[in-house]
Design a protein around this ligand. Structure first.
Ligand code: ADP
Length: 196
């Protein structure tokens, strides 16, 4: 199994790049943002609770997203590997993910971190808000709140995986194709090392 985390702040291009990466590497895409939005669309009790937090730019509770990921790992036992997108987002989520994978004789092989400047993030998210229908993309103060949550809670995920030397930084600015090629180059090199 080859599992990796595509890491980066809101608006760094994780969703766009994930779609291209899963097609090329035949991985199962696990996006907690997408899973939560699907609960919202179905108007489940979990979705309705999550929506209140998401609309403010806050994170939903760790236990909720960890439960969703655990269920998805069980539901996709035959997968060649997983691409985690938007998860883990806190130190606790990182530790729990490691435990979930360990219990399945697996681990995170690498964390690819997309680096994008804050002014570019805000610009991209406001632009996405014009067409995405996502309520958390329309308002600049909600976008700033999400970026603040990222600095306060999510950057700890990088520190966690840095301890195990698993983080590779990738420049997240440029064309979609250029960024994709940078990500693929890192992944190809790693997979080669793994097989040698
Ligand atoms: P983005 O990275 O573009 O902000 P996502 O689609 O990944 O968007 O997530 C949207 C919202 O869903 C987040 O702002 C947060 O409220 C919630 N969310 C998604 N993933 C997690 C997570 N792992 N832990 C807590 N909250 C999450």
């Amino acid at each position: 199994m080859f599992n990796f985390i595509l890491f980066g702040p809101p608006g760094s291009g994780k969703g766009t790049q994930s779609e291209k990466l899963i097609a090329k590497y035949h991985l199962k895409h696990l996006s907690t943002g997408d899973l939560l939005r699907s609960e919202i669309a179905k108007k489940t009790p979990l979705g309705l609770e999550a929506k209140k937090l998401m609309d403010k730019g806050s994170l939903v509770p760790d236990s909720v997203v960890i439960g969703m990921i655990s269920d998805m790992l069980d539901a996709n036992k035959g997968a060649a590997g997983f691409l985690f997108d938007g998860f883990p987002r806190t130190k606790v989520q990182s530790e729990e993910l490691d435990k979930l994978l360990h219990a399945r004789n697996s681990e995170i092989n690498v964390v690819l971190a997309l680096d994008v400047s804050e002014s570019e993030l805000v610009k991209r998210l406001l632009k996405r808000g014009e067409t995405s229908g996502r309520s958390d993309d329309v308002n600049e103060s909600v976008i700033r709140a999400r970026i603040a949550e990222y600095h306060k809670k999510t950057s700890a995920v990088l520190e966690h995986y840095d301890k195990f030397d698993k983080v590779i930084h990738v420049k997240g600015e440029g064309s979609i194709e250029q960024i994709f090629e940078r990500l693929c180059a890192s992944l190809d090199q790693l997979q080669e090392e793994k097989h040698n």
